[in-house]
Design a protein around this ligand. Structure first.
Ligand code: 4AD
Ligand code: MG
Length: 464
């Protein structure tokens, strides 16, 4: 017999049919009548399946009564209507095979609640909990919707390199990739490390963004997007920074920053509408146990237009605010998390797209505005999380790009191929990057970014 996922079994109404399921035991309750209830979960849905194991089963005493939380088993049985509250159907077992035992003395996930901090140390087992199972399903749904959204709009999915020689943000927060023995790397005559002898014959790093490579393909195939891992060695120990995170980066040729903002808003609202329509069971759980405003917030974001303001207007709003901020607000300084939250939560009560930031606080590739002091940048800020998207129209004019590189103290020689795109058939183009984990945080209400990725990498932590 072919095993079925519990999520499909729970939808069935052909009472009397025989089905096989498999999964992990969540609870066992023994009844006085000489039978037991097993609650089984296989991760396919939030809800598990209740199994009734009768005392007449041949392995009832020898095995079934030794089953505890965490043990793995498969069950063949008959679908019956459930008399109990809480479930519509249950499975009356005719055969139970135990695959793997879990010793209740040493299995760390017992019934009582365990803190998220402790569960980070148990990252190999935490997907078996309600919360982390639900996070994994929501994360998967957002990834699948992302591909659907871009594919439906004729964006081409592009795989950009993970090992790179370019600093896409020009910020220097890169992890070095080398095969040298750190104790004795080859040296040049003037005692510098000689990277010409390294694996790639040059310095290389893990990418901070696929954007620059995506621009090359947008400059040939029109609309593209990447969805891949990115790495930043910034020493930020906050609830919204990871050293390894996933980013979705669409890039559009023949597009300006307004088109960019339109795409960002349409994409986000599409994602949240999809979650509300198709993943309500997991969202209900988060709404009840993690963040009670979640469903209202997702609904209002999906249904209402985002606010759009310039950086200058944002500074005005913040300067007029009654709130005392830790970081002073002045034209020219970057928005801090507290400012982003004020704008989205107190001032506008919705996502805010802030555009036209000062040149001095943004990356070299952003298109210079006619005022010569701001760039056609765009950040999308959302309540609770703050910046979820960063993007811009790109500088398509060769001489302005050269000037920006110089003013940012970057070596134009490192960006020769990027500059070539401005030499040959240059077009206005724009794109953005969505931080996938921040998206999962916003979609679940989970407070800490370490709890929305399977194995978080943060300063001083790369266990597993
Ligand atoms: O604003 P960022 O740095 O923009 C870029 O990397 C551009 N190259 C994107 C583009 O235009 N194609 O990063 C984009 C997003 C941020 O808005 C944030 O959501 C997320 O990536 N992000 C991080 N997420 C988790 N941990 C970190 N350390 C992050 N740094 C950025
Ligand atoms: Mg940014």
């Amino acid at each position: 017999m072919k095993r079925q996922l519990i999520k499909h079994v729970l939808q069935r109404d052909d009472i009397g049919s025989t089905v096989e399921v498999a999964g992990w035991i969540r609870t066992r309750r023994d009844s006085k009548g000489g039978f037991s209830f097993l609650e089984m979960n296989d991760g396919s849905s939030f809800d598990g399946l209740q199994v009734i194991a009768d005392g007449s089963l041949p392995n009832y005493q020898s095995e079934i009564q030794q089953l505890h939380i965490g043990a793995a088993a498969s069950v063949v049985g008959e679908l019956v209507e459930s008399p109990g509250a809480g479930q519509r159907i249950e499975l009356r077992a005719t055969e139970i095979v135990v695959h793997g035992w879990a010793d209740p003395e040493s299995y760390p996930l017992q019934k009582k609640r365990i803190s998220f901090e402790r569960l980070r140390e148990l990252a190999h087992l935490r997907p078996r909990t309600n919360t982390f199972g639900a996070v994994a399903r929501i994360r998967n749904a957002l990834a699948a919707s992302t591909h659907r959204f871009f594919q439906d709009r004729d964006f081409l999915y592009l795989h950009t390199p993970i090992i790179t020689g370019s600093d896409a943000e020009g910020a220097g927060d890169m992890f070095r990739v080398t095969t040298f023995d750190p104790a004795s790397p080859p040296r040049t005559e003037d005692h510098q490390v000689d990277y010409s002898q390294d694996f790639f014959g040059r310095p290389t790093f893990l990418t901070v963004s696929g954007q620059l490579e995506a621009e090359t393909y947008a400059s040939a195939l029109s609309n593209v997007y990447t969805f891949g891992p990115t790495f930043r060695s910034e020493n930020s120990n906050t609830r919204r920074h990871l050293a390894e995170f996933w980013m979705i980066e669409p890039e559009m040729a023949f597009a300006d920053n307004h088109d960019n903002a339109d795409l960002a808003e349409e994409y986000l609202r599409y994602l949240f509408r999809g979650l509300l329509d198709d993943h309500s069971r997991d969202l209900d759980f988060f709404n009840q146990w993690v963040d009670e405003g979640l469903i209202d917030r997702l609904t209002s974001v999906a249904d209402r237009e985002f606010e759009r303001i310039t950086y200058g207007e944002a500074i005005d709003v913040l300067q007029k605010a009654e709130t005392q901020f830790d970081f002073p607000v002045q034209w020219g300084s970057d928005l801090q998390s507290e400012h982003e939250r004020y704008l989205t939560e107190a001032a506008f009560g919705r996502p805010v797209i802030v555009t036209d930031y000062p040149f001095d606080i943004k990356a070299f590739y952003m298109r210079r505005n006619d005022d010569h002091t701001t760039v056609a940048a765009l950040d999308v800020l959302v309540p609770g999380v703050g910046e979820i998207i960063g993007g811009s129209q790109r500088e398509e004019r060769l001489e302005v790009l050269a000037d920006s590189l110089e003013r940012k103290g970057l070596d134009a020689a490192d960006y020769w191929w990027y500059a070539d795109l401005r030499r040959f058939g240059s077009v206005p183009h724009a794109g953005f990057g969505l931080g996938f984990e921040r998206l999962v945080q916003f979609s679940t209400g989970m407070q800490n970014i370490r709890d929305v990725i399977a194995f978080p990498r943060t300063p001083h932590n790369a266990e597993f």
